[in-house]
Design a protein around this ligand. Structure first.
Ligand SMILES: Cc1cc2nc3c(=O)[nH]c(=O)nc-3n(C[C@H](O)[C@H](O)[C@H](O)COP(=O)(O)OP(=O)(O)OC[C@H]3O[C@@H](n4cnc5c(N)ncnc54)[C@H](O)[C@@H]3O)c2cc1C
Length: 536
């Protein structure tokens, strides 16, 4: 709360080179790239960072194998290269995972044809991952007995990557990088629109937490990264663009862990779309759907849930079919898909290109980011930096590498110190991996500070909220460095506690009150009440 309040006073007081509206993945990487290269950057979001689409993805960094069907090879190539760069840059976070794909008899393509496609996909991706293989029904039965093979023609296996710690955490780490390089960021600050005058943008902002009068933020360049609200924000500022968004809703359900192996099970759902069973910590995430919607705030419906449950129950051999009672939590997001403004370009909705598009208007120094994927985020950061520079904003360190995990020497020092503390091989009962691995992945170089906390007070290594992996020292650090304004910011986005634990279990967790005290001090009781008063 202290960090947010001090940033709010800076937003009111100083002019910026660039002001970014929207702290989803597109805004977060733009802020991290520009701040790292030395621009004066402000970032605001009317909700929490990654609080909209970017917390509801499938958590995959993938080369877009499905776009091969529509012949979008250039997009597949681009996404594969982006995926490879992410895997290289974040080896602890963005990791290769196998997609174990089963095809039903009578499907529009046979297993051999699709396995051949997977080989081409692998070649397009520079042979960066393990090789694909063809799967006969008997092999599927042997290797993954949970898959229903009565109606299976066979299958194939190939690799892509997934985000180990969840999309929202991944996005926040870019916001944190931006803050570390001097960006002034604040969540729960809404843009009411902006006006251009004498070479400056003046944006009217409202603090949605403490209230108070509207205030102005001034900047030379305005970047609209408002995700599904890009068009609405352009309407507020009077910007006309060649692109606009069309929206598609996708949901996921989180249930108990169904698959022992760390792999994604892939199927084609009844509507012909790829459908996944994805590991999420000690749970499984199932989805997704692709439904045209007009409202960026579209929510999950009974029909969506029934579609996902029905599809999964048909494709897995479970002792008892999954029902609504098995759902631990849900995710629902609206994909902003970039389309050219002229209507009737003739492509089927499901086959709309998922490429991002960036439009800049030089006369007004305004940039809009349309569409995109988490997978392509490094390119977006670089692209926005190049455009901002072309508008005459000085980037004193234009070649600075603003992304990636800390160097090997820092990593080696962290694991050395963790070994001295006997943490290196320690795996908590709640976890499937050593504590040190998890801390490094989540916090990078900041994890050294956590080891110091544990050295000073071993109680800091205790799990605070039972049933989760979160240690007392992590919560204290989150309070200092992660701009946690509401309890949901911590439970749903900085951590994935609210995804993998039922709300009632969280409510009764003995450590929750202490966590709130650490996060909010005197406001703890009010923040706790606010969280449980809001429907899940
Ligand atoms: C179901 C689903 C599955 C997906 N799976 C994948 C996947 O596996 N891999 C992948 O790479 N991509 C995936 N995607 C795509 C990806 O999640 C999105 O493209 C991406 O998150 C969009 O990010 P964004 O920053 O543009 O938008 P958002 O994350 O929506 O961010 C926009 C932000 O702008 C803020 N904002 C809006 N208006 C204002 C205002 N007036 N003032 C201040 N702030 C404002 C919002 O609060 C929001 O936080 C998936 C998407 C969905 C929905």
């Amino acid at each position: 709360m202290k960090l947010r309040r001090s940033n709010l006073s800076k937003l009111r007081g100083q002019p910026f080179d660039v002001l970014i509206v929207g702290g989803g993945i597109n805004g977060a990487v733009s802020a991290a790239a520009l701040a790292g290269k030395g621009a004066g950057v402000a970032l605001i979001d009317r909700g929490d960072f990654a609080g909209l689409t970017s917390m509801n993805s499938s958590n995959l960094a993938w080369g877009g194998i499905k776009y091969m069907e529509t012949g979008d090879f250039a997009l597949v190539r681009k996404l594969c290269v982006s995926r490879n760069l992410l895997m290289q840059s974040y080896p602890s976070t963005v990791q290769e995972i196998r997609f174990f794909t089963t095809l039903a008899k009578g499907f529009r393509y046979g297993p051999r044809f699709l396995a051949l496609g997977a080989w081409i996909y692998w070649l397009i991706g520079n042979c960066f991952t393990r090789t694909p293989r063809l799967l006969a029904p008997a092999r599927i039965r042997d290797e993954e007995p949970i898959v229903e093979t009565r109606d299976a023609a066979g299958g194939f296996e190939y690799s892509d990557a997934y985000l180990h710690d969840n999309d929202a955490r991944f996005v926040f780490n870019f916001v944190r990088t931006a803050l570390d390089h001097g960006c002034v960021a604040a969540n729960y600050v809404e843009s009411q629109g902006a006006r251009r005058e004498d070479g400056w943008w003046s944006l009217r902002a409202r603090d949605l937490i403490d209230g108070g009068p509207e205030f102005t933020i001034r900047a030379r360049v305005l970047v609209n990264a408002a995700g599904p609200h890009v068009d609405a924000h352009n309407a507020l500022t009077g910007e006309r663009t060649q692109h606009r968004h069309t929206l598609s809703k996708g949901i996921h359900l989180i249930v108990r862990r169904l698959v022992a192996e760390r792999r994604v099970l892939a199927f084609f759902a009844d509507d012909g779309r790829l459908f996944f069973v994805i590991p999420m910590g000690n749970r499984t995430c199932i989805g997704t759907t692709d439904t045209p919607v007009s409202d960026p705030a579209a929510g999950i419906t009974d029909e969506d849930i029934a579609f996902v449950l029905d599809n999964i129950n048909k494709r897995l051999k479970l002792e008892k079919p999954l029902t609504r009672e098995d759902i631990i939590s849900t995710r629902c997001g609206v994909r902003p898909l970039a389309v050219r403004s002229e209507p009737g370009r003739g492509r089927d909705f499901l086959h709309l290109s998922r490429k991002h598009a960036v439009e800049m208007r030089r006369e007004t120094a305004h940039i809009s980011i349309f569409g995109g994927k988490l997978t392509d985020c490094i390119n977006v950061g670089e692209e926005i930096s190049t455009l901002v520079r072309s508008l005459g904003i000085a980037l004193p360190c234009p070649t600075y590498k603003w992304f990636g995990e800390p160097p090997d020497s820092v990593r080696a020092e962290f694991f050395h110190q963790a070994t001295l503390l006997d943490l290196d091989g320690y795996t908590a009962p709640e976890s499937s991996e050593p504590l040190s691995t998890r801390l490094w992945r989540r916090y990078g170089a900041e994890a050294l500070g956590l080891l110091e906390n544990i050295r000073e007070d071993p109680r800091q290594a205790d799990v605070l909220i039972k049933g989760t992996e979160y240690l007392r020292c992590e919560v204290a650090q989150a309070a200092r460095r992660e701009m946690i304004t509401k309890l949901e910011d911590f439970l749903r986005r900085r951590s994935k506690i609210a995804l993998v634990e039922r709300r009632e279990d969280i409510r009764h967790s003995p450590g929750l009150t202490e966590a709130c005290d650490l996060l909010f001090g005197a406001e703890a009781a009010a923040k706790l009440a606010e969280y449980f008063a809001t429907p899940a």
